[in-house]
Each structure stands twice: as C-alpha cells, then as structure tokens.
Ligand binder design. Structure first.
Ligand code: SAH
Length: 278
C-alpha cells in the first residue's frame, strides 16, 4: 500500500510509542493569527518540520533547542518530495520525538495534511491536528471582503486553480453559479484561463473579482477588478505567489470595508509573548 515497507519494523525496533506528530496550521501570514495551541506546541516541540509559507516571526516561537527542518513546498521548487517528508515524520516520531509538522494556513485545506496523516496512521504513529486560519479567511478578511453576505452570497467554495496535468477538469458549471463566492487557491498562473472559463460558463464579464497577494502580511497587495479585466491588471502589477483570487459580488464590499491596506495602519499594541508553561 505504501513505499515504506521497512519502516514499521524500524519503528518497532526503536520504540515509536513515545513519539507524536502535531499537524499544526500556522495561519495565513500575520503571526498574530496563530492559535494559542500552535504557539504553545512550537515552544515545546523537539523537532519542527515546516514549509515555505511559514514566516520568520512564527518560526521565532520554536524552542531554541528544537531541530528545525525546512522541507520547502513551492510549486516550482519542491525542496523535498512528499514521500520523503512522510518518511521523515515517521522517522522523527520513531525516535520518540514530539514533532510539529507546521504548514501555512490550515493543514487540511490544500495542504496535503490528510495525506501525511494517512501515512502516520498506517505506521501507527500517534498524531493530533491543530487547525489554522486558512488563506481564504485570512486574506479576504484583511482585504475587506466578507466571503458571505446576506445580500450577495449564500455560499463560498474553496477551490484550487492548480490543475493537475491532464487530470480532473473543474466543474465549471458549479463554479459559475450565482449568489456564490469563489476563493481560488494556487490559481495565479492559470488566472487568465480561469477567468475566461468562468465567463464562458455563465458568469458576467463584469462580475467583481480580486487578487490578494501576501494576504495579512505587511506587503499585502489587492487588485479588485472584474472577470474581464483581472488577469491583465494582475499581470501589469506583477503579482506573485502566494496569491488568492476571490470571485463574486462580495468583492464590491471592499470599497466600503477595506481596512488593512489603508495607508495609516496603526501599529499593534500587543506582541506575541505567550507563557507556555514549558
Ligand atoms: N493550507 C494553506 C493553503 C496552501 S496552498 C491554507 O489553508 O491557506 C497555497 C496557496 O494558498 C497559495 O498559492 C495561495 O493561493 C494561498 N495562500 C496562502 N497564503 C496566502 C497569503 N498570505 N495570501 C494569499 N494567498 C495565500
């Protein structure tokens, strides 16, 4: 069933029972959006395995003596293959360590968290999951775009725009329904064709649509346009990953509700300073 036939024996040999993996969501970027539980686990873990969407302020919460292992995870620059990450987690837990597997946003939303846990489960490694604020919630909030609103959208779909080569075509008819918001992850490179397909499938070319780069971070940039203009505006502005696209009437509300990228954002009073009890 998996490619780690020798791993269970290895784990048994070194007594895996004391190790544990915590699959933790780091939130969308702003370190203050980390959960208290995530911060506490980072301060206590003996090993932290993290990817590129996790920022330095969150990593600063890791206990100084803990092993930090960067495994990358960028579309074009996979630092470590998924199979190797899975094997690493099994090995660290097999050494009896308390391991945090730290992922951007929420680990169960386009984060392959489920796949990693399936491997841990298959090898009898105990685990827990700590949810995080997913990019759609974080970036939309900081862009002043409510994902639902009684006047505009009764549902919101989280979809990936990163289509597998030759694999599963999107259900465009379902995406083009009215009174619905689309939050499109990983769609930057496909943005022109996504906008075209949505219009071909029935959405108005004038449907509001926004792209949010580096949502919740100080460098956040938001382009609010329409399905017919968004791709060109995003290209002209040179937006780069990580970038989330929001499509729907709710994008109009940004005119009234934008608050974070207003020029004179006030500094925060509090800083992350948790008592961990460690
Ligand atoms: N598990 C993550 C998603 C990982 S997929 C989560 O729950 O958020 C990576 C995609 O998430 C990026 O390509 C981008 O579309 C989106 N993303 C992550 N962080 C983001 C941010 N700060 N701003 C905008 N989009 C972001």
């Amino acid at each position: 069933m998996n490619s780690f036939a020798d791993v269970p024996a290895m784990i048994a040999a070194c007594g895996a029972s004391s190790g544990k993996v915590y699959l933790v969501g780091a939130g969308p970027g702003d370190p203050e959006l980390l959960t208290l539980r995530a911060a506490r686990l980072l301060a206590q873990a003996q090993a932290v395995v993290y990817d590129n969407l996790v920022g330095p302020e969150v990593l600063a919460l890791i206990h100084p003596a803990a092993q930090r292992i960067y495994v990358g995870k960028e579309r074009s620059r996979h630092t470590m293959a998924q199979e190797d990450i899975n094997a690493l987690l099994v090995r660290l837990a097999g050494e009896g360590l308390s391991v945090v597997r730290l992922k951007g946003g929420d680990p169960f939303i386009f984060g392959r968290g489920g796949e990693e846990l399936q491997v841990l489960a298959a090898h009898g490694v105990p685990f827990e999951v700590v949810p995080g604020i997913t990019a759609a919630c974080g970036a939309a909030s900081y862009a002043g775009i409510p994902l639902t609103h009684r006047d505009y959208a009764q549902s919101c779909l989280f979809v990936t725009g990163h289509l597998k080569e030759g694999g599963g075509e999107m259900d465009w008819a379902a995406l083009a329904r009215p009174h619905q918001t689309l939050a499109i992850y990983m769609g930057l490179s496909m943005l022109p064709s996504i906008c075209v397909r949505l219009v071909e499938s029935g959405l108005s070319p004038c449907m509001p649509a926004a792209a949010i780069e580096q949502g919740t971070l100080p460098g956040q940039r938001v382009i609010a346009a329409t399905l017919s203009t968004l791709a060109a505006e995003v290209a002209a502005a040179g937006l780069r990953s990580p970038c989330l696209t929001v499509v729907g009437e709710v994008v109009r509300l940004r005119d009234q509700l934008a608050w974070f990228d207003a020029p004179a954002m006030q500094p925060r009073e509090s800083n992350l300073a948790f008592t961990t009890g460690a």
